[in-house]
Design a protein around this ligand. Structure first.
Ligand code: FES
Length: 348
């Protein structure tokens, strides 16, 4: 049975189990969030998503509020706006003012909300955190917990998406902080360097280390592709700048893997532009490998293969290739080489 409710005067319908935020977003009604992510269990930590609900006291976090029959919700009353501005002002009061050099500039959810709500950056009169920047020696993930807003998206992504439980929250009150294991290094706490924590972080607290300084989000051309490392077929976005791959980012629309990637998929791209990479075919001449043109190489392949048509030929393809490539392999083997000797190996 659909649940009928009203948001900003519009009649909308919800399914059992949907939150007010889910319903609003599904109907194109914007509500800002920081701690919420559709992949992760809602925790209601930041309260940026507050709304007013008739016959309910106070402002309520919409990400943890189940939609119910007859509910009347208002998402942008002056009271709601004022509360959101106050929350953002509080977050800024203990946040470094270094957007110009921050790796997440242009791709920071906190920055976007502060801009949208035009929250001024006042010089803090209170106590602020001074965590050492880049203190964790992890080769793939850069830490700057001065930018952490304690949304716990890293904690939940590591536990719920990756199943590693590396991150946790230590201490209480002002001393609350995100720690790896019992406040040890990420690798000591069992980090597999998948980078999920950095991918889900809404600020610059956790960022990808190999791509630091290589380009802003808006300077990248993103090309969605399929990972070639194993047969799972994960998809991600290659971030290209000046014709080179400088970063890999999750593509939330990836059917197989969503935001999840392993260390190889997310960080193993330096081979693409490596100086040792073969970019021209080599042909053995007089016992030595000599650079040749593609035309010369294809002619040689065609000439050699024409002598082994039929069952003396076999094709071993790879699970790491795409379905389309494997389709072409088998088609070539059957239609051109005239044999059904075709197989694949996941490790090739
Ligand atoms: Fe709802 Fe943070 S987004 S409380």
């Amino acid at each position: 049975m659909p649940i009928n409710l009203t948001i900003n005067g519009r009649q909308v319908q919800a399914r059992e189990g949907q939150s007010v935020l889910d319903v609003a977003w599904a109907n194109g009604i914007s509500i800002p969030t920081l701690c919420h992510h559709p992949d992760l269990k809602p925790v209601g930590a930041c309260r940026l998503c507050v709304v007013e609900v008739e016959k309910m006291r106070g402002l309520i976090a919409s990400c943890t509020l189940p939609a119910s029959e007859g509910m009347v919700v208002h998402t942008d009353t002056p009271k709601v706006i004022e509360e959101r501005k106050f929350i953002l002002e509080m977050l800024l009061s203990d946040h470094p003012n270094d957007c110009m050099t921050c790796e997440s500039d242009g791709n920071c959810e906190l920055q976007s909300h502060v801009y949208e709500y035009q929250v001024p950056w006042k010089k803090s009169k209170g106590k602020t955190h001074t965590y050492p920047i880049g203190a964790d020696p992890n080769p793939m993930i850069f830490t700057d917990f001065n930018k952490c807003i304690l949304c716990t998206r890293c904690v939940r992504a590591c536990a719920e998406v990756q199943g590693r439980n590396v991150w946790g929250v230590a201490n209480r009150g002002f001393n609350d902080k995100i720690v790896a294991g019992a406040d040890v290094s990420m690798l000591e706490a069992g980090c597999e360097q998948c980078g999920a924590c950095a991918a889900y972080c809404p600020t610059g607290a956790l960022t990808d280390k190999p791509s630091r300084g290589k380009g802003r989000d808006y300077q990248m051309r993103k090309v969605t592709t399929t990972c070639t490392y194993c047969g799972v077929g994960c998809q991600f976005d290659l971030n290209m700048r000046n014709g080179k791959v400088v970063k890999v980012t999750s593509n939330p629309k990836a059917v197989v893997n969503g935001m999840a990637l392993c260390v190889k998929g997310r960080y193993g791209y330096d081979f693409i532009n490596h100086k040792d990479r073969l970019t021209k075919p080599l042909i053995k001449k007089d016992g030595k490998l000599v650079e040749s043109t593609w035309d010369e190489a294809y002619d040689l392949i065609a000439q050699k293969l024409s002598g082994v048509k039929g069952d003396s030929f076999a094709m071993l393809a790879s699970a790491k290739a795409t379905n389309e490539e494997n389709y072409v392999f088998q088609k070539f083997t059957r239609a051109v080489m005239g044999t059904n000797n075709v197989d694949h190996c996941a490790r090739l």
